[in-house]
Design a protein around this ligand. Structure first.
Ligand code: DMJ
Length: 803
């Protein structure tokens, strides 16, 4: 027998590689429970009755009574002096099967929470985190089907929900379109001079909670208002069936025209599908299908892994990042029956998570790096992992859960879990958002607790966007939902291609031939072609040959389109906003040329002349730079060569020092690009030195950070061309400060440095960086190139004089 099991091991490898042992799964399930209680009990000990826990100082955090609006804006308009974390956690006890704590928590809410507070809050946040939590707990406390009914409970939570619902209704009262104001004061109603623009998700994700409240109280005002808002948004979709990101609630005019599946729009789609599941009304499903078809047609790119932000009117790309909120989307795709697409998108996020041990808020897929580097312990990735495991039962998703659990433990503190300020550095932020307890740990637990009754319930048990469980018994329904066994063939989800489970006992999603694609796409191990025999795509590229882009996301109120005009040498654009540019990559791959401006073609040799003054600042930032000097000393202080370079926009300028310090200069053949953290042996060489690296494989910023971490004084990047430009990073949000100088030198200069290093291999070469000698060295380029969403464009010129 022994030899047979050894044989099986030899054939299959370790049986635990693809998934988890049963024992490990149970350990992880129980460990997740402990994690929840570590967060919850410490919130109760140190923070309650305040809204949130500061997990670093071990104190509560809430509204600043002296300055309520300021604090409120800083922390997301969700804190309102109503013990948010306690309320948001209520139904997690049900999932954990802990009836005593559920009862106890409900008692605390009834005795301590009031909504008669002078708090200006965001309607969306309070709806999903508070109203949804109260309704869900009420349903469990009263519905005999779940075994959580409480004998002393008399519907107090529903009364509180009704009170809260009434306090949210002023958001709708003064809106001409029916789209609600984003904020109200719970005590005084709609504040004077309240801003009149809202994001689509904010206004379009109310129907589950408002509909449930109406049905349970027999007061139709809530459901009617939420439904009207949902359709007010949908009816303003473009001809492509796309909705935008931000809308003016009085005029119904789209202000921010980027359409996507992430921040600002995300749960709009979720609530369409789930409203159908909860209420059984097919109109929601029809709208969802139409919206989802447009997503697959225009927002999903041809690889099937990227869901882009595009202009809702003309489909031009409006950014080159994906955000962490959109990681919920594979979960929704599973619910919609589109498992195959869900697997792909989840793989993208899986690889981002693997790279950073978290999901950075924004990841730039063009530059393959985190663009906003914080991670506030969000649930979206584990939510999708959970739904994919339910749908496929593929053990890979249990392993993903284990990875997430281990990584979340990196952020454990003595009294809770801390948000991550910067995933590159693992720096923590003193905030534990309530959704960690209501969503992140709930989905993680459900993933490991495969027999949990909520994993096998009817299709009309829905998880709201805050993971609160809502379900309505048939007395509250006009129709019986049948999402999973839809009988009407005209409403069948047109998925493409159909999901076919992998054969084989232990086959993992990672065994799919395309699994590596997503890995390369996010820059995780770029040497895939040589190291992995199964590599699906020999060269994965996020630099498409033709790309359509748009300038500016927000349209000004009085915006009047100004069409481009043709002239002999190309096309003139007076106002860039709303103009669609088609960029085509040059055959030498040296950046892009503009090939089309709206409907005008630009022939080879022609240019786009921009006369729009709003681009001036952007342009100058990219085009102006100071030429500095890298002086390499050879045999003596009198024997040197001067090399010109350009300092990166994100690194400090070169200053005059007296006497100027000399540093050794090193090139490490084993780390030619400097794209990974240096080994400790390499660090000892680079300490207090200048390091030479080649351009490519990762961003200038990443090279600078690795060199900085190694203790280097400067990083000298040798270009692969002889054209100099200023290295920039597209967004500086939340990124670690670069304190060392980063200099770009030409390929020719690189050859000179290489020869010098070769010649003096025996001795050490010393160098200094010298600042620009005269103002003449600070130049504004006129024939330089412009980067539009990280695509460098050649045939463009700026003419602010209009001549
Ligand atoms: C949650 O409050 C909800 O999931 C919402 O829809 C989006 N953001 C947070 C968690 O990231």
């Amino acid at each position: 027998m022994l030899s047979i099991s050894i044989l099986i091991l030899l054939v299959l490898g370790s049986p635990f590689v693809a998934g988890l042992t049963e024992q490990r799964r149970i350990e992880l399930r129980d460990y997740t429970k402990e994690m929840f209680y570590h967060g919850f009990d410490n919130y109760m000990k140190y923070a309650f009755p305040k809204d949130e826990l500061d997990p670093i100082q071990c104190v509560g955090r809430g509204r600043d009574k002296q300055n309520p609006q300021v604090d409120n804006i800083i922390i997301n308009d969700v804190l309102g002096d109503f013990s948010l974390t306690l309320v948001d956690s209520l139904d997690t006890f049900v999932i954990l099967g802990d009836k005593d704590r559920f009862e106890n928590a409900i008692r605390l809410v009834i005795d301590n929470v009031s909504f008669d507070v002078d708090s200006k809050i965001q309607v969306f946040e309070v709806n999903i985190r508070v109203l949804g939590a109260l309704l869900s707990a009420h349903l469990f406390a009263t519905d005999k089907r779940f075994g959580f009914e409480i004998d002393w409970y008399k519907g107090e939570l529903l009364e509180m929900a009704y009170d809260l619902g009434e306090r949210l209704l002023p958001a709708f009262a003064h809106s001409k379109t029916g789209i609600p104001y984003p904020r109200v004061n719970l005590k005084y109603g709609l504040p004077k001079d309240e801003i009149e623009e809202t994001c689509t998700a904010g206004a379009g994700s109310l129907i589950l909670e408002f509909g449930t409240l109406s049905r349970l109280t027999n007061d139709t005002r809530f459901e009617n208002a939420a439904k009207k808002a949902l359709y007010a948004l949908w009816n303003r979709r473009t001809e492509l069936d796309l909705v935008g990101n931000v809308i003016d609630i009085q005029t119904g005019y789209w202000i921010h025209v980027a359409s996507g599946v992430g921040a600002g729009i995300d749960s709009f789609f979720e609530y369409l599908l789930k409203a159908y599941a909860l209420f059984g009304e097919e109109e929601y499903y029809e709208v969802f299908l139409q919206a989802y078809t447009a997503i697959k047609k225009y927002i999903r790119d041809s690889s099937g892994y990227l869901y882009q932000n595009i202009n809702m009117h003309n489909r031009a790309i409006m950014s080159s990042w994906v955000d962490s909120l959109a990681a919920y989307f594979p979960g929704l795709q599973v619910l919609a029956g589109d498992v195959e697409n869900a697997i792909k998108l989840h793989l993208l996020y899986y690889n981002i998570w693997k790279r950073y041990h978290a999901l950075p808020e924004r990841f730039n897929y063009y530059l393959r790096r985190a663009e906003i580097a914080s991670y506030p312990l969000r649930p979206e990735f584990i939510e999708s992992t959970y739904f994919l495991y339910r749908a496929t039962r593929n053990p890979f998703y249990l392993s993903v859960g284990e990875m997430v659990l281990n990584d979340l433990e990196l952020y454990r503190t003595d009294c809770g879990y801390a948000s991550v300020e910067n995933v590159l550095k693992g720096k923590l932020d003193p905030r534990m958002e309530s959704f960690l307890l209501s969503e992140t740990f709930k989905y993680l637990y459900l993933l490991f607790d495969i027999d949990n009754k909520f994993n096998t319930l009817d299709s009309n048990v829905v998880f709201t966007t805050e993971a609160h469980i809502l379900t309505l018994s048939s007395t509250y329904l006009k129709f019986r939902p049948s999402i999973l066994q839809n009988q009407d063939p005209s409403l069948a989800m047109p998925t493409c291609p159909r999901y076919i489970p992998q054969p084989g006992l232990l086959s993992s999603i990672l065994d799919r031939p395309d699994a590596d694609y997503a890995r390369v796409l996010v820059g995780l191990n770029a040497d895939i072609t040589t190291s992995h025999a199964r590599a699906y795509c020999e060269s994965v590229s996020t630099s498409p040959l033709v790309v359509e882009v748009n300038f500016g996301e927000r349209l000004p109120q009085n915006y009047k389109p100004m069409p481009p005009t043709k002239f002999d040498g190309g096309v003139i654009v007076d106002q860039l906003i709303g103009i669609k540019l088609e960029l085509t990559m040059r055959s030498d791959r040296n950046g892009y040329d503009i090939s089309k401006v709206d409907d005008y073609r630009i022939a080879p040799g022609e240019v786009l002349e921009i006369r729009d003054p709003s681009i001036k600042e952007h342009w100058l930032k990219q085009q102006s730079y100071s030429k500095i000097t890298l002086r390499l000393y050879r045999s003596s202080l009198h024997d040197y060569i001067n090399i010109s370079g350009v300092t990166a926009a994100f690194s400090p300028p070169v200053y005059h020092y007296f006497p100027h310090p000399l540093y050794n200069i090193h090139y490490l053949p084993k780390a030619p690009y400097g794209c990974s953290p240096y080994l400790s042996s390499e660090k000892s060489i680079l300490l207090n030195s200048y390091v030479i690296v080649k351009r490519g494989e990762c961003t200038f910023y990443e090279k600078a950070i690795h060199a900085q971490d190694a203790g280097a004084r400067a990083v000298i990047v040798v270009s692969d061309e002889n054209h100099l430009f200023q290295p920039v990073i597209p967004s500086e949000n939340s990124l670690e400060e670069v304190k060392i100088t980063c200099v770009l030198v030409t390929k020719e200069s690189g050859d000179i440095i290489e020869r010098a290093l070769e010649r003096d291999r025996a001795s050490e070469i010393k160098a200094i960086l010298l600042p620009p000698e005269t103002d003449m060295d600070s130049v504004v380029g006129s024939n330089f190139r412009l980067a539009i969403y990280d695509h460098v464009v050649n045939n463009v010129r700026l003419n602010l004089n209009g001549q």
